[in-house]
Each structure stands twice: as C-alpha cells, then as structure tokens.
Design a protein around this ligand. Structure first.
Ligand code: ATP
Length: 469
C-alpha cells in the first residue's frame, strides 16, 4: 500500500514536472508528502493552508492532468494540512480538493470546520502557475532603449544581473500610463529567473497583494501570508500607488519589506507617480523607498518611437515602408501602449482587407481608432478643420505654395497644432510637407502677433478652437 501511493505520486510528479516551471516545482511540489491511496482517492500532505490554497489556485490544471494520467479521470485528491499551532501541532486536516467530485471521500471528523468555512482564498489570482505572473514575453531584448528610459533600463539591468547586491534596493520605477513600467520590471524578473533557477521571483500587483492580504485576514491565515512573502528572493510589486490610504496593507508590506531588505533580498517597485506625490502612504514606507534608487520613465522621443514600431514589426515578421513608420511615430506621441495598439490595428486592417500597409491605410486606421463620440484632436483633424474653414484643400496646406490664400491658413493650422496637440515642432513640420521646425516657430510667431493686432484673427482662432470643445 505504502509503495503504491509512492508510485502513484511519483507518476503524478512526472506529469507535473513537465508542465510547471522548475522553480515552481521545487517550491510547491517537492515539499508534498503522499500519505495514502484509498481506491481512487489519493491523499497528500501539504505544509499549510496557504500552501493548499496556492496549489489549488495556481496549479489545479497541472494536478488534474497528473491525476488523470496516474489514476484515471475519476481519480480524486485530498489534502491533509499540517497545522502548526499550539496544541494542535501537526494535526492533519483533510480538505477535499475542489477539482475532485466526491465530498464523501473527505473524512468528516478530520475536516476542520474553520478551514472549510474560511480558508485563505486566493480566488482573485488568475494565473495557472506562480511563475506565469511573470510574462516571459517581456524581456530586455525587446525593450527598446532611448533617452526616455536609459537610466531606468540600465539600473534594471544592473539589478537583474546582481539582485539584492547593488545599492539599487529597492529599485523604484515610476512613470505615466503605458510607458513600459510593467515591461521593464517583468524583464528584470524574467532575467533573474532565467539566470538563477533557484531564486524565487515573485511578481505581484499591489492590488493583488492587497486582496490576498484581506483574504488572509478573513481566513485567519495572516501568518501563512507573511511567511510566504518573506520567502521570496526577488519581490516585484507593481503599481504601489494602489497602497495609498490602505494603512493595514501598508503595515504588512512594511514588515515584509524590512524582512526582505535585511535578508539581502531584492525589491522592485513601480508607481504611476514619484514617491513624493504618493499621498496617503506612510512616511516610514516612503523613507524606505529612498534607500535605493528611484528613477522615472518619460514619454519616448521620436527616434525611440520609430525604434519601438520597428521592433514590434520585426517581432511580427511584418515589413512596412519607412514612410509609414515615420508617419505613425510622428502622429502618436502619447504612450507606447497606444503606439503598439495602432501598429496592431494596422496589421489587422491590412490582413482583413487583404491589402498592403501603405500611408493611406495608416491614415485610415488612425482615424478609425481615434474616432469616437468626442471630437478627437489630432494633426489630421486640425488640418481638416482649417482646410474646410478657409476653403482650401489639405494638399494645399502641405504643399510648397507661397500664395497668400494658402500661406495664412497653413500658419493658422500650424499654430493650432501646437496649441491643441502634444506634437513637437519637428513632428508638426513633418505633417506640413516635411517642413523644418523653424518654419513652424515662424508661423506660430506670426499668428501670435496677428492675435494681438487683428480682432479678425482672434475671432477666427476662437471659432476654430471652439470646434474642439
Ligand atoms: N521601451 C519599450 N520598448 C518596447 N516596448 C515597450 C517599451 N515601453 C513600453 N513598451 C510596450 O508598451 C506596452 C505598455 O507597456 P507597460 O504595460 O509596461 O506600461 P506601464 O507603464 O506598466 O503601463 P500602466 O501604467 O498602464 O500599467 C507593452 O506592450 C510594452 O511591451
């Protein structure tokens, strides 16, 4: 009997080992002790409720596959949980695994009502395995370097090469929406995981951390919760602004932080704002953040935007002409996510309509994407409006013509582009027939002068601006 359970469990492990990453396997499956096998019901012993919950939430598919292979589709699993508290020390508690059908197999007198009623639930976790919190597609290789991210990227790389050893501990990376914070910190995590199989790298968003913490309170498994986090070698915690005003969560995070830091473990954090702007965050936590390095990500400049588009296309194996890439890079300067979104839509449009990706398709795609109920302000809509208002064509706005009836509207359009969009002078010049940025400055100056001198101009500009309100 004893031998049979060992054999069955060994077969299960063989299947599991094929599916889950090595680090997870070591952390979550090696500590399991197979206890017994009654008919088709296998009982395994796990060290804590937290452990059981984590297995259930993260590896349920792998375990199911293993049971199918080792016992058959009607194979069932029971957990026996070692309780390590006071006089209950090491009392095994059977908990029926949710993937198994049969509650009969749970032995009623062994079941702890407390655990069944309020186990530490990690239901909010949506990944199948622990390591899948790290998305392997986020790497340093596909993270384009530019002036906007050089310091953060280099610091990240240093941390990845020597986690917990550099003075960049914690490493705090902040920046606006879609600028690549998650990509960068995940690249660090992946790099460490790939070069140090034995390191336990954990990526978690602050929101998940908070939910886990609340569930741990409800399930009376706080000790498991903090012990679990204290085992981590590299903790990557995303969006710490989410912890603002959550005092209890900050408290536990503070303790975990201290423990990890003192043990030479690496902590990496992101935030959508600089630490000084994190209102509602405890001062002692904020002061800890300053122990390491805080660095920001900026909106990428034109060259970096071009490089990001090229990288994306290269990864997709798609070729598009440089003129189209330039057009996109000049037109979208908000954030990288938006830039990527447009490239993806463009590829989808091309394949749906079975046509080449050219400038016309790029323009159409951009128009479709940005068009919604609100009046979208971008270079195309500004040019359309001005051309319409002065009854000339968009081609005229972009042409070399120096006729007065064209020159003035062109200057107004350039002025409005600067006022209403975030585009740089260089990009505005590009959209007006590839003019120099000094031409744009000149146009803006002229319109500013006219605004002071001529009521007509003032009225026209006010009307044009009102259109976008
Ligand atoms: N420098 C870069 N090189 C290549 N891709 C990038 C770069 N920066 C961002 N990206 C890509 O842009 C997208 C958005 O990045 P990411 O999700 O990391 O941004 P974020 O700053 O974490 O955003 P949020 O604040 O919304 O969480 C991702 O697909 C990411 O791969």
């Amino acid at each position: 009997m004893q031998r049979e359970v060992q054999l069955v469990w060994a077969n299960c492990l063989r299947v599991i080992q094929e599916i889950v990453p090595e680090a997870s396997y070591k952390t979550w499956f090696e500590p399991i002790v197979p206890l017994h096998l009654y008919g088709k019901v296998l009982t395994i012993q796990v060290p804590s409720v937290f452990f059981y919950e984590w297995l259930e939430e993260n590896f349920v598919h792998a375990i199911r596959k293993a049971l199918d292979a080792a016992i058959g589709r009607d194979g069932q699993l029971e957990y026996s949980i070692v309780v390590d508290q006071g006089d209950e020390k090491n009392r095994p508690i059977a908990v029926n695994m949710p993937t198994t059908k049969s509650p009969q197999s749970a032995k009623p007198d062994n079941v702890s009502p407390d655990i069944l009623r309020s186990p530490f639930q990690l239901k909010d976790l949506d990944s199948l395995t622990l390591d899948s919190y790290l998305n392997p597609s986020y790497t340093f290789d596909n993270y384009v370097e530019g002036d906007c991210n050089r310091l953060a990227r280099n610091a990240g790389y240093a941390v990845a090469a020597r986690p917990g050893v550099t003075s960049f501990n914690p490493l705090m990376i902040y920046g606006g929406v879609g600028l690549g914070k998650t990509h960068l910190v995940q690249a660090i995590g992946n790099y460490i995981k790939n070069t140090n199989q034995d390191k336990f790298v954990l990526y978690v968003t602050s929101e998940k951390f908070t939910n886990q913490f609340l569930n741990a309170i409800k399930g009376d498994s706080m000790r498991d919760f903090s012990q679990f986090y204290m085992q981590v070698d590299v903790l990557v915690i995303d969006d710490v602004q989410f912890l603002q005003k959550k005092e209890k969560t900050q408290d536990i995070f503070f303790h975990i932080f201290n423990h990890l830091h003192q043990s030479g473990k690496q902590i990496i954090m992101t935030s959508d704002r600089p630490p000084r702007a994190l209102d509602g965050l405890d001062d002692r936590l904020l002061s800890r953040f300053k122990w390491g390095l805080t660095t920001d990500l900026q909106t990428p400049d034109l060259e970096t935007r071009i490089a990001i588009i090229q990288k994306k296309l290269q990864a997709e194996g798609v070729y598009i002409d440089d003129s189209v890439i330039e057009y996109l890079a000049h037109s979208i300067n908000t954030n990288v996510r938006e830039l990527e979104g447009v490239v993806v839509s463009l590829m989808a449009q091309a394949s749906l309509n079975r046509r080449e990706i050219d400038l016309d398709l790029a323009k159409m795609t951009l128009r479709n994407i940005v068009q919604n109920d609100e009046k979208e302000i971008n270079i195309d809509t500004v040019q359309e409006l001005v051309a319409d208002f002065y009854n000339i064509s968009i081609a005229d706005l972009k042409a070399k013509s120096r006729k007065r009836e064209v020159v003035y509207p062109r200057q107004v359009a350039m002025y409005l582009a600067k006022e209403l969009t975030e585009l740089s002078l260089k990009s505005i010049g590009y959209h007006f027939g590839g003019r120099d940025h000094s031409t744009v400055i000149h146009a803006i100056q002229i319109v500013n002068d006219l605004l002071k001198e001529k009521p007509d101009t003032k009225e026209e500009i006010a009307k044009l601006k009102a259109y976008f309100k």
